[in-house]
Design a protein around this ligand. Structure first.
Ligand code: ASP
Length: 316
């Protein structure tokens, strides 16, 4: 079954077969990335612009490596220091870049919905690299690939997503993805960090780690996203770690072979104990980073196949 989308804006728009198509293609890129010679030519002749209006280390690096390995010309724009400071609107910036004929635009923005808006104004493929607290589709896809490789399937799993759900686009995209797979999602955190309306998402909600982690196949920890908080959501980090931080004792509530995930960046000693994060028998955090490159290669490859215009220069 084909992947018929022109943009990757959110898991919201993907069918189960689209998700499987990305993951299956990503598997071949996992193999390529483990070779010494890592080049393929799926994006050869294409221009990829990474526009990050919010700081990023791993996502931006991952998209850059992914594009380069597939032969694209990749340009990184750190938007905080350029036109936005001069008061140019998001749309004007997008239109200016659009006039340079990029083929793929990778965008991260602090406002939910900004990437969708931008996609309406440009005529290239747009990939959402995280918009506000809305979606982070490539993170959910890389999490799914990591889980499928570790647990052998995506269906009928118990997935505990723990911590700051309210400010997390990672949680939202994963809830949508694993909802498509008929897996059971348990959201675990203090009531102040569970969004209003979450009870209608088809998930189970717990304010206690023992209850929330019981029988979990996957334990996904989230960072406290202070940049999106405008008040005191937790009494103190110490108290938060005591109640919700993942340590060996709390991990003991999950299945004995449950895997531990974190999208990064991690706050050791706040949402996760460092020894758990580094335990290669339980933690798949480094695999998540590895799968990120492969999934982004697959997503850009599939979108490039659907580009309406031929790659610039190909008609010369
Ligand atoms: N890196 C992820 C994101 O951009 C998670 C986080 O920042 O905590 O949403």
């Amino acid at each position: 079954m084909g992947f018929s989308h022109s943009h990757l804006l959110g898991i919201e728009h993907l069918k189960q077969s689209d998700i499987v198509a990305v993951l299956d293609l990503a598997e071949s890129y996992v193999d390529l990335n483990r070779r010494q010679e890592k080049h393929a030519d799926a994006l050869s002749g294409l221009t990829q612009i990474n526009m990050f209006f919010e700081n990023s280390t791993r996502t931006q690096a991952s998209f850059e490596i992914a594009g380069k390995r597939l032969g694209a010309d990749v340009m990184n724009m750190s938007m905080g220091t350029t036109s936005l400071e001069k008061g140019e609107s998001l749309i004007d910036t997008a239109l200016t870049l659009n006039a340079m004929h990029p083929d793929l635009l990778v965008v991260r923005h602090p406002h939910s919905g900004a990437v969708n808006l931008l996609a309406e104004k440009v005529n290239c493929a747009v990939l959402n690299a995280g918009d506000g607290r809305h979606e982070h589709p490539t993170q959910a896809l890389l999490d799914a690939l990591t889980i499928r490789r570790a647990r052998g399937r995506l269906h009928r799993l118990n997935i505990a997503i723990c911590g700051d759900i309210a400010h997390s686009r990672v949680a939202r995209s994963n809830i949508l993805l694993f909802g498509r797979m008929e897996s059971r999602i348990h959201l675990v955190g203090p009531s102040t960090l569970i969004p209003a309306g979450a009870a209608d998402w088809g998930v189970e909600i717990h304010e206690d780690m023992q209850e929330g982690l019981r029988g979990a196949d996957v334990v996904m920890m989230l960072r406290l996203q202070r940049e999106r908080m405008d008040g005191g959501f937790i009494p103190s980090e110490r108290e938060y770690f005591h109640r919700f931080g993942l340590d060996a004792e709390k991990l003991g509530f999950a299945k004995p072979d449950a895997i531990v995930m974190h999208p990064g960046p991690m706050n050791r000693g706040v949402e996760i104990d460092g020894t758990i994060a580094d335990d290669i028998n339980r933690s798949v955090i480094q695999e998540q980073v590895e799968m990120g490159v492969a999934v982004r290669m697959a997503a850009m490859d599939l979108l490039a196949r659907n580009l309406e215009t031929p790659p610039s220069g190909s008609a010369v």
